[in-house]
Design a protein around this ligand. Sequence first.
Ligand code: SAM
Length: 212
Amino acid sequence: MAVATARSAAVLAQKLQSEGITDARVLRALAQVPRHLFVEAVLAHKAYENTALPIGQGQTISQPYIVARMTELLLQGKAPGKVLEIGTGSGYQTAILAHLFSHVCSVERIKSLQFQAKRRLQQLDLHNVSMKHGDGWLGWPSKAPFDSIIVTAAPAEVPAALLQQLNDGGRLVIPVGTKEQVLRVYQRDADTFSSQDIEAVRFVPLIPGELG
Ligand code: SAM
């Protein structure tokens, strides 16, 4: 099983390379993370397809291509330091980040998902991750500032707190919009923020307020 798993993740990484992912660090991380451990056993046979899958509570594990693309955008031209992830979900994106960044802080609003994700990361011996059950609209002020921030659910507008918690030179990668969404990259230079729209995407909404 272990051999088949290693091969499956490596084959997925090769497939994503053929679809345009070029950062060798990201491809290596994808090849190392067994995605089937992040979905229910009944869906394990689909874990290495390039598709989003349900993880319960009306949420999804993101499509591998978009996980890779967002990670590539986070790393572009930057030394990987401390990263904040909003929307832990299954913990798959968190695991990829843990292979690449010195420390990962991850916030999830649904307690049961956060609990499962924490267990999976421990199983994989990924210990450079801090997790919080909370509202990602607020970021994680006590751990700020961050070199990079990634949001894996879509708000209608970018949360101001996230921009504030970026380090000088830091980058935020976030899907923005409701019916139509775009993947956007914000770059902070002192008190100036520039942004670039990358491509159309489809994410579950970033839900403000009450925790699940
Ligand atoms: N990247 C995840 C993975 O690899 O499994 C998938 C994330 S899923 C598409 C989006 C996640 O964002 C869900 O788990 C959802 O509960 C969470 N979420 C939505 N609104 C949130 C909020 N305000 N704060 C924190 N997490 C939130």
